[in-house]
Design a protein around this ligand. Structure first.
Ligand code: SF4
Length: 476
């Protein structure tokens, strides 16, 4: 079978913008961070002869990627709500450089808003809705667009919506992203403050059983059933990863919640043990001690844990399905077992008040994850939070965009009793109160003194972090 010569592009946008596939909050981070473009790598693995270009982590500009236009017949661009206007400009420039180039967009934004996305520019020929892996493969096979499930496309001035693409059930049938990483990416480009460097991330399954109202991927593309690859298949891909990248220090499972299926997570861990790899994953703060111990004994180093809030009513409001007391116990268990935690929190969720902000900041200091990330609620189209915010008048009129001109998250939600500006200020306050404590500073200094590599890295991140706080002061 022949395929169109296909370019998969995570386009250049804001400097340092982590908006590509795999990123949950599409914005420039506090410190230089990039997730892997796994959602683009997956269809790239299904289209022989294709190439994946991840512009932001490589530092590529539009001028750098434009010459590629003439080398390809099909370009698939990953977009997001904050980067969409900039991604449209990239598509238009590519089309100008090669008028014959067929251009399609993928990502949650176009999956939810296919028609307005297509109408935004005549340079976008199609957008893919739902899970787009097989959809893109069929377009790359050269099938007529009218025959490809899951596509919305332009037929002259008309937008046509084909029937939906069926959800993927046989996850083991998907080829490995590791081969595409090896072919097209430089793994040293990918950083995350709390992961060892270099790291490699991948998915062992898609979908999340939880229904958190703010969360993008399960509500747009992944769905609420956790569809998984077999532990054998996962372990074999990790083994391949080790062969390709002997320098890798850590593998990260980017599944929404790997611990949603504990017997399976434990089996994966046991299969990874003989490989001697260090790994980490996303988790909810409710994993029992026994399972934590099995995971730790088989290579688990760190959990990325969505606490979101230390107030139970807020957790209920956002349908998190977790309890504050269980989260406390879970965190103590992790400390006891030596499992590190990167805890994520959101300030300004529905029901937030000055009191609950103070309660959550106190909670974070008390449970003391090793590192934290504090975000603002991002009402992405397609999420229940977006719907609620629109219906209840929470969207701040002065901040219609999700990110600033520099690509940094801005507060777009506010309440009569807690305006958006105050929520924005609470984010900085949260970081200061958590990190600027003698105990925490000592912890970081000790870690820095233990290794020169960590010392250099933390000094760079420290500078970036202070720059981030200063840039927020200016935009506030
Ligand atoms: S548990 Fe995590 S991944 Fe799942 S819906 Fe909630 S925030 Fe999203």
């Amino acid at each position: 079978m022949t395929f169109l010569k296909t370019l998969f592009l995570n386009p250049p946008s804001y400097e340092g913008f982590d908006g590509g596939a795999g990123s949950r909050y599409q914005a420039r981070r506090e410190v230089r961070s990039f997730w892997y473009p796994t959602w683009l790598a997956q269809p790239a693995a299904m289209v022989p002869g294709s190439r994946l270009v991840d512009a932001p982590p490589r530092g590529l500009t539009l001028a750098d990627v434009l010459p590629l236009a003439s080398e390809y017949e099909l370009a698939v661009l990953h977009t997001s709500t904050p980067s969409f206007p900039s991604d449209v400009r990239t598509a238009e420039a590519l089309r100008l450089a090669n008028p014959k180039l067929q251009i399609g967009f993928v990502g949650a934004h176009v999956a939810v808003l296919p028609e307005p996305s297509l109408l935004a520019s005549s340079s976008i020929d199609f957008v893919a809705r739902e899970e787009f892996d097989y959809t893109i493969r069929e377009v790359a096979e050269g099938r007529p667009l009218a025959e490809v499930d899951g596509l919305s496309w332009r037929d002259g001035s008309r937008v046509v919506h084909n029937r939906p693409r069926a959800t993927i059930e046989d996850m083991d049938a998907l080829p490995w992203v590791m081969d595409v990483y090896h072919r097209d990416l430089v793994i040293e480009d990918y950083f995350n403050g709390y992961l060892l460097h270099p790291y490699v991330s991948l998915y062992s399954g898609r979908g999340c059983r939880s229904r958190c109202t703010f969360c993008l991927w399960p509500q747009t593309i992944g769905g609420h059933r956790y569809r998984t690859r077999s532990p054998q298949n996962v372990a074999a891909e990790i083994a391949r990863g080790r062969e390709y990248f002997p320098q890798v220090k850590e593998f990260f499972f980017d599944d929404d919640t790997l611990t949603d299926d504990l017997p399976r997570a434990e089996e994966i861990a046991r299969r990874l043990a003989p490989l001697g790899v260090t790994w980490s994953c996303n988790a909810k703060p409710n994993v029992p001690y026994q399972s934590l111990r099995i995971l730790r004994d088989n290579g688990l180093r760190l959990l990325l844990v969505g606490y979101e809030s230390g107030n139970q009513s807020i957790l209920n409001n956002i349908r998190k399905g977790t309890r504050v007391d269980v989260a406390r116990r879970f965190t103590e268990d992790c400390h006891r077992l030596g499992i590190k935690i990167h805890g994520t929190f959101i300030v300004g969720l529905p029901g937030e008040s000055r009191d609950t902000l103070a309660e959550t900041m106190r909670f974070a200091r008390e449970i003391n994850p090793r590192t934290i990330q504090v975000s603002l609620p991002a009402p992405y189209p397609g999420t229940e939070l977006f719907q609620q915010a629109r219906e209840r008048g929470w969207l701040a009129p002065q901040s219609p965009e999700l990110v600033s001109e520099a690509g940094v998250q801005v507060a777009t939600i506010g309440y009569p009793e807690l305006p958006a500006e105050e929520i924005s200020a609470a984010l900085e306050e949260f970081y200061r109160r958590f990190y600027f404590r003698p105990g925490k500073i000592l912890e970081i200094v000790k870690e820095m003194l233990a290794s020169r590599e960590v010392l250099v890295r933390r000094l760079r991140e420290g500078q970036e972090f202070f720059r981030f706080l200063r840039s927020r002061e200016k935009t506030a």
